[in-house]
Design a protein around this ligand. Structure first.
Ligand code: SF4
Ligand code: SF4
Length: 78
């Protein structure tokens, strides 16, 4: 299983991850403080292509992609 994580403190809600993901796996939402941040949409029903576009495009380096099957990969990418 692949899990996407976001550093909510670093994310500035720019939306670049949501724009670039062909799966539509990201969305930008407003949280209680009024800040906008990205979050993952229904990860269980979508199979990530592992393209890393979301991670690579993030100007805040706020995206981590974790693979539970491959802990080494998860640690490298995290
Ligand atoms: S790695 Fe690619 S397919 Fe997976 S969530 Fe990121 S942009 Fe989307
Ligand atoms: S690209 Fe990075 S900073 Fe921009 S919304 Fe996505 S996670 Fe947040």
């Amino acid at each position: 299983m692949i899990e996407h994580q976001i550093d909510q403190e670093s994310c500035d809600g720019c939306g670049k991850c949501a724009e670039i993901c062909n799966l539509g796996l990201w969305e930008v939402v407003e949280i209680e403080t009024g800040r906008k941040i990205a979050r993952v949409v229904d990860e269980a029903s979508r199979v990530c292509h592992f393209c890393f576009f979301c991670k690579d495009i993030c100007p805040q380096n706020a995206v981590a992609i974790i693979s539970e099957e491959d802990d080494i990969l998860g640690r490298i990418l995290g």
